[in-house]
Design a protein around this ligand. Structure first.
Ligand code: DGJ
Length: 693
């Protein structure tokens, strides 16, 4: 049983970790322990009591509370802040009760001393993944409304008194997921999105270590928030050496009117602990995402072709058919027509919202093209951007009030578009109807769902509650639309794109199968972007195209190898590729088909990061350790240079393995400890199959 209730409180155990909480002498629900699993329940430390007296600070400031609310002599970053109808703006929570629930779950109820407000903390143990899931529900049991001003999902506590290093990702459009490492010092480090989406700029993910962990060893605490809207991560080191990471819906410009009898439930935060470094932390998340989050987590994704970088908006039946013919000859399995196909879409200044084929470009509709693609042996996929509208569209002319706006302000356009207010059910229903029709009328196997701007003037004139609920209700609406379409069209594969990686999170991966990682398809930049991405997401979600970017500087081989590290796609202008290039592409696609089950579903080992080394390498190993693939990339290293050895990982030390390109066989231990010498020149790369004998 992974959850024990004892006199000291509760212990949540996974395969190799333990997490304990309980009430301390001050009656506060305190964090007790999070780390390696201990042999006996009695081994877990009791809830820490606050220091007896510290002038200027109350007991709660000195207690690692599981879910601190704002109130009393406590100044740490709280998880919950509310305003009662009479103007009272603090909380005094006490423990009420706890329920062990089906499915390895625990609910702990806290109630306010005076007001009819109930906080339920939800815990769930994901034993096999060494992850704990947390969320909270706030219920108004009274007769007057309560305004929620901040309601986060969880506060995760690190062992007290140590100093820590914080790993996270930052970036921007076309440069997402750059890994950052920095010491945590007293104070608060905040990461957030105020953009309506998860954003290209940072991601609700953290990894914490004591500064000594690496890919292969060391204690790492890591976690995520499963949410696709505004979010906040607060990493606080208190003035009393307590380190906490809180995650939740962003409280910036947030308010939620909790009517009598209503409740508000937060999105989930998942976090884990490992003693085996950042590599193991990633693998745990990858397995969890593939096994439990993704709708088709174990489906091997097809090699796709995408038209965007070839034809941009200039699509029509003939040009796409010509691309499709070449793609099919190369071994592509899924042909995706990107932007430009729908009513009035000549450039980015018109058409969004009118989701039917453009009569000039497709006078016979989409079906003849789809039939052609199918006859070539490929599935057909299509690009849409359902949350958007161009002012120059039939939809906007009919419903100018459907966009997010403040009536007295100009509506700021970005990429000539405005955002439909997905918080409104009429908007959701309209879009469900449009996209459902598109999918019902055509044989479409794949949808790329794009979202190409961030919010401005976040107004909702007819909002039924507080207009600031928009931030959350928009995401609820997005999930509802997507889930409804998924349910009606369960075999469609969906990709989450927001101008590249602007919406990559575990919330969207409940409805989307893949993520378009970045609009930057330059293979050397991709090495970094994919490295950051791989810390959170598994390779089957990482769609990676070979395009014409950097084709003057990088070989087709190098570009293919980079994309073969994820879910391979091609996005170059195939009509301009020579016969020799097409033949080479066909060779790499065939090679990818041979190894993709290992890449997409295996364990990832980052052997040498491109952040630290001009010779970078990564390896995938099948779950049964019988086969693997090694990728290595050399960028620029001044000659004369002897390349460092590559130490493989994840093999059975006692088994014998062959690695393509090396004579004979060696034990797994030898490949891992004695290493392998590669010979690559500048901007050369290699892919090597690994086989257990
Ligand atoms: C942004 C995406 O990231 C691109 O791949 C492409 O689909 C364009 N939008 C189309 O407008």
């Amino acid at each position: 049983m992974p959850i024990h209730a004892t006199e000291q409180g509760w212990i949540l155990e996974t395969q190799s970790t333990g997490y304990a909480l309980g009430l301390n002498a001050a009656g506060l629900l305190a964090h007790r322990y999070w780390g390696a699993r201990l042999p006996r329940p009695e081994d877990y430390p009791p809830a820490p009591d606050p220091m007896p007296w510290v002038s200027f600070n109350g007991a709660a400031h000195l207690t690692p509370e599981e879910y601190p609310a704002y109130g009393g002599l406590k100044y740490i970053d709280p998880c919950l802040k509310v305003s009662f109808a009479d103007g009272t703006r603090d909380l005094a929570l006490h423990f009420d009760s706890a329920d062990l629930r089906e499915g390895n779950a625990l609910d702990i109820h806290l109630c306010d001393d005076v007001y009819p407000l109930r906080v339920t903390l939800h815990y769930r143990v994901h034993e096999a993944y060494d992850l704990i899931e947390r969320a909270a529900t706030i219920t108004n049991d009274g007769e007057t409304p309560i305004t929620l001003e901040r309601v986060w999902s969880a506060q995760w506590h690190l062992p007290r008194g140590d100093t820590y290093r914080f790993t996270h990702v930052s970036g921007r459009w076309a440069d997402e997921m750059r890994l950052q490492r920095e010491p945590l010092v007293p104070g608060i480090k905040t990461l957030e999105s105020r953009r309506l989406t998860t954003s290209h700029h940072s991601n609700p993910w953290f990894a914490i270590d004591r500064g000594t962990a690496d890919e292969r060893q060391g204690e790492v605490w890591f976690g995520v928030l499963a949410w696709s809207g505004n979010w906040k991560l607060s990493a606080e080191v208190t003035d009393f050496s307590s380190t906490r990471i809180s995650l939740g819906v962003n409280d910036w410009d947030f308010a939620w009117r909790l009517a009598p009898g209503d409740h508000f439930s937060t999105p989930a935060s998942y976090a884990g602990y490992t003693a085996d470094g950042f590599g193991d932390a990633s693998r745990r998340l990858h397995d969890f995402i593939r096994d439990t989050v993704l709708p088709h987590g174990h489906t091997i994704h097809k090699v796709l072709y995408n038209s965007w970088e070839a034809t941009f908006f200039d699509v029509d039946e003939e040009s796409q058919a010509r691309l499709a013919e070449i793609a099919a000859q190369m071994g592509v399995e899924l042909f995706v027509m990107d932007d430009g196909w729908f009513h009035g879409r000549e450039m980015d200044n018109a058409g969004l919202g009118d989701w039917w084929p453009d009569a000039r470009k497709f006078p016979r509709g989409l079906t003849p093209l789809i039939e052609k693609v199918n006859a070539l042996g490929m599935d057909f996929g299509l690009w849409i951007e359902p949350e958007m509208v161009n002012p120059d569209s039939d939809l906007y002319r009919q419903h100018p009030d459907w966009v997010i706006h403040f009536p007295t302000r100009p509506r700021t356009e970005s990429r000539n578009q405005l955002i439909l207010n997905f918080a409104r059910t009429d908007v959701q229903d309209y879009i469900i109807g449009q996209i459902d029709k598109l999918l019902s009328d055509h044989n479409i196997a794949f949808i790329k769902w794009d979202m190409n701007r961030n919010v401005s003037e976040p107004g909702w004139p007819d909002a039924p509650g507080d207009p600031r609920e928009l931030w959350v209700r928009y995401v609820y609406g997005l999930y509802r639309v997507w889930e409804t379409l998924r349910t009606r069209h369960p075999d469609v594969i969906w990709q989450s794109c927001s101008g590249g990686g602007g919406r990559a999170d575990l919330g969207i991966l409940r409805v989307a199968d893949q993520i378009w990682v970045s609009d930057n398809t330059g293979a050397t930049a991709r090495l970094f972007i994919q490295d950051g991405f791989s810390h959170i997401f598994p390779a089957n979600t990482m769609e990676a195209w070979v395009t014409d970017a950097l084709n003057n500087q990088l070989s087709l081989e190098f570009r293919f190898h980079v994309s073969m590290c994820g879910s391979l796609g091609v996005g170059g202008h195939l009509l301009r590729w020579t016969e020799a290039q097409r033949a080479e592409a066909a060779k790499w696609i065939a090679r990818y088909k041979d190894i993709r089950h290992i890449v997409q579903l295996g364990d990832l080992y980052r052997l040498r990061s491109p952040r630290d080394h001009a010779l970078s390498a990564l390896q995938y190993v099948s779950k049964d350790r019988a086969e693997g693939v090694l990728f290595a990339f050399r960028t620029f290293i001044p000659d004369p240079a002897q390349l460092p050895l590559i130490y493989l990982d994840g093999l059975d030390p006692d088994a014998l393995y062959e690695v393509e390109g090396f004579p004979g066989s060696r034990s797994g231990q030898a490949w891992m400890k004695a290493g392998a010498q590669l010979d690559l020149s500048d901007f050369q790369s290699t892919v090597r199959r690994i086989r257990r004998i």
